[in-house]
Design a protein around this ligand. Structure first.
Ligand SMILES: Cc1ncc(COP(=O)(O)O)c(C=O)c1O
Length: 430
């Protein structure tokens, strides 16, 4: 009898090794990692250099508790990360996963206002749909009906006002103005923060607002004394063709940037947030401590992995490379859209791309489980991994594939990926 608590009742193949953009199972079948797992493996698999950096760190200092020590590797990495992201003075809070990181951001925003003498601020405005994580706070913040429903009795909806998703038919400024309406309805003096995914991930494949959106959001947040949190767990660290997706078009500096996934690119559990100097100062000059913490926060081996990944991203110019390969992949997807009517739309930035699937007759995406699952299965059988999802429209319906191979993918490998997707779409009509 197996003893693993599986993710679901379906059987999973056993992966035995991975290299570059390919994952190999126990029978030697190789699969092209077309979604980097869940948009994680930014530098590709099997990099011995990262494994070595982790081993060196583990031999010298594997663990210290954050209440007793900091470490050289954490201090050094925090400085390098803030420089890479161009967040001068930013303070890096390291945790183990994206949900811990968004949870930390929510709690930090709340504490910031209490420290400044505004204890009535507790609400966090987010969008529908959105995904900010699986832990209860992060899930309450998420506008994703399907993942949230079961746990709804444990959540207090009034704490999480919702704003509609970006509407690309509006100017970025007009689109962002809808935040003002939500703030006014909630009572702006009760709102601690607004949090959004600058380029949406699992809930609405690569949906992005128009230029001007984030700048106006930043202005409205400042006007109402609300913190602006950019959840870049998926979109950050070069995934969208820039270190931060929130700055793809606009010169903005969120109060808190949340990171994960690509940070250590799957080599170790690492996520975190970068808080502005002002947010940090309010806490440290107020009560003097962030009232929150995790045992494994700032784990030296995970941070060493993150530092080694950042070395590779910078040395190999992977942000720029991902941007170029993303343009190539998007152009190829546009060709597939012309050939396969069940592809309603393709979109995205850099190597965070979405393929929207549905019925061309009605223009509607299907209720789950639908086309995306079937296309993903057909692709998987042919050796291409994708990230199917639903959740567009109202947070419960809609079908899409997220595509996002490692930023290190080559132009020839993109051609292979497109051919596999083409074959999968050919056998999966509406
Ligand atoms: C935007 C965003 N935020 C937070 C999370 C949660 O991250 P994790 O699954 O590492 O807890 C995810 C995961 O998909 C995400 O895409």
């Amino acid at each position: 009898m197996p003893n693993v608590f599986s993710r679901s009742s379906k059987p999973y193949p056993i992966a035995v090794r991975a290299e570059g953009i390919y994952i190999y199972d126990e029978f030697g079948k190789r699969s092209l990692d077309g979604s980097s797992g869940a948009l994680v493996a930014n530098i590709g698999h099997g990099r011995a250099e990262v494994a070595e950096a982790m081993a060196v760190q583990a031999r010298s200092l594997a663990f210290v508790h954050g209440s007793q020590f900091t470490s050289d590797v954490l201090e050094d990495y925090a400085a390098r990360l803030a420089a890479f992201l161009n967040l001068p003075g930013g303070r890096f809070w390291a945790v183990s996963g994206g949900s811990e990181a968004t949870e930390s951001a929510i709690k930090l925003a709340r504490q910031y206002h209490v420290e400044r003498g505004e204890p009535q601020r507790f609400r966090v405005v987010t969008r529908v749909p959105s995904y900010h994580g699986a832990s209860l706070g992060a899930l309450a913040a998420s506008g994703m009906g399907a993942r949230r429903e079961l746990y709804a009795p444990l959540m207090r909806d009034e704490a999480w006002p919702k704003m509609p998703k970006p509407d690309p038919s509006l100017s970025g400024e007009d689109d962002a103005e809808r935040l003002r309406t939500v703030l006014e309805a909630a009572g702006p003096e009760s709102v601690a923060a607004f949090m959004c995914e600058p380029v949406v991930g699992a809930s609405d494949a690569a949906l992005a607002p128009n230029p001007g959106y984030h700048a106006r959001i930043e202005d409205i947040c400042r006007e109402y004394g609300v913190l602006f949190i950019a959840d870049e767990v998926m979109s950050g660290m070069g995934r969208c063709g820039a270190p931060l997706a929130v700055r793809l078009h606009d010169d903005v500096t969120p109060d808190i940037v949340v990171l994960g996934k690509g940070l250590a690119a799957g080599y170790a559990p690492l996520a975190g947030l970068v808080a502005s100097a002002e947010v940090y100062r309010a806490v440290m000059e107020g009560s003097g401590a962030f009232k929150h913490g995790f045992t494994y926060a700032g784990h030296p081996v995970s941070v060493a992995a993150g530092r080694s990944v950042l070395d590779i991203v910078q040395r190999e110019g992977l942000v720029q490379a991902g941007r170029e390969r993303g343009a190539q992949l998007l152009a190829g997807l546009q060709e597939l859209k012309a050939q396969h009517p069940q592809v309603l739309n393709v979109r995205g930035h850099g190597l965070l791309l979405g393929v929207i699937l549905g019925d061309p007759a009605t223009g509607e995406a299907y209720p789950k489980p639908g086309l995306a699952e079937r296309v993903a299965t057909a692709a998987r059988e042919r050796g291409l991994l994708t990230y199917p999802g639903s959740g567009a429209v109202d947070g419960t319906r809609g079908d899409h594939l997220l595509l996002g191979p490692p930023l290190s993918i080559t132009a020839d490998e993109i051609v292979v990926m497109l051919a596999l997707l083409d074959a999968a779409l050919s056998v999966t009509p509406v």
